[in-house]
Design a protein around this ligand. Sequence first.
Ligand SMILES: *Cc1c(COP(=O)(O)O)cnc(C)c1O
Length: 395
Amino acid sequence: MAPLKGAPGPDPATDQGEDYYDKLGVAKFINAAGTYTILTASTMPPPVQAAVARAAKHPVRLIDLQTKAGEYLAKRLHCEAAMVTAGAASALTLGTAACMTVANPSARHEIPTGVAGFNNEVIVQKAHRYDYDHALRNCGIRFVEVETMEDYEAAFNDRTVMAHFFNAAEQGRIGREDWIRVAHKHKVPCFNDAAADVPPISNLWNYTQMGFDLVTFSGGKGIRGPQNAGLLLGKKNLIAAAAANNNPFDDCIGRGMKVAKEQIVGMVAAVDWFLSQSDDTMQKEFQRRAERIAAHLNDIPTLESRIVVPPVANQVPHLLIRYDRLRVKISPLEVAEQLRQGTPAIELNPATGRTEASAGLPSDANTVVVGVWMLEPGEDAIVARRLREVLAKAT
Ligand SMILES: *Cc1c(COP(=O)(O)O)cnc(C)c1O
């Protein structure tokens, strides 16, 4: 068949694609931070990139792809049903919308501004309130905060639609099993936000099997799928209700949360890739990287390093470095800045030099944190060299 006039033929020189980061003047960097949204989280492994590129070549029917991807994921992740969402934040919104619409299907046309007549209370532990609350509030819900078991039992009423749990919360008196048991006694579905909580790989089914009715994982963090994709896993009726609140339908909260065919395929391919990995191999590799960097720094005077695995989110080895500031005269924040400005540019973990927002990492003003799990092969040597240069210069 003759090509359409003006249609580009194959050009081996540009088949790789133009480097638009260079063209736009956007700086690339070595990721010694981790899966941080603001740093574009992760990169997709080569087989996932290839699946995305291949999916771009053909149109398909969007609902068909959404449905089949969900069925495939449910099977692979041992849950009743699944859907690909536009990230975990979008899964929080769609899952909440689902809980509001199971009893009132018409609510999906009213969320978020016309919900006055609908049940809209979501129970949450005070210590589980977080910035992602906004993803639930998008549905016009009202949070009911509890602290003790007595509060929790007493919080249920006719307007309760959901009980929300933040899996990596560092505080909160009520554990997962109790949270589920009491909610189910009141016939209310439970949602667990486990967005950043793989590895271990088995967490992808641990929480649904524990009894949570909805669970979300971010697609672009540890699973290393597209950053604008995520997983909503759970009960069949709730996933169906979430899909009814999603695009391609126009009159619903999820219309602006579209995941393109390339990223739906990318999410499924990333799950396949992630399930083909082993926790043990991954942890050993991350541990080795951290040890190699530490070994390269061991003659910096007063420097002490240790390797820490956070308890829930980002549960992988991180390297923490401390030194006597009287002997090595540079602050961790200044180390981070010099690595950021250097060549090649390196981003250290944002808990460097900070106590707050360190997500389970015991950091402080005198600690440098190196997140090694998103490094590409060989980059640990570059990070080690740059850290050594910057620290040695300050002695
Ligand atoms: C990252 C994160 C999200 C949002 O995930 P996206 O996939 O970026 O939408 C939600 N909840 C928690 C706890 C997270 O860590």
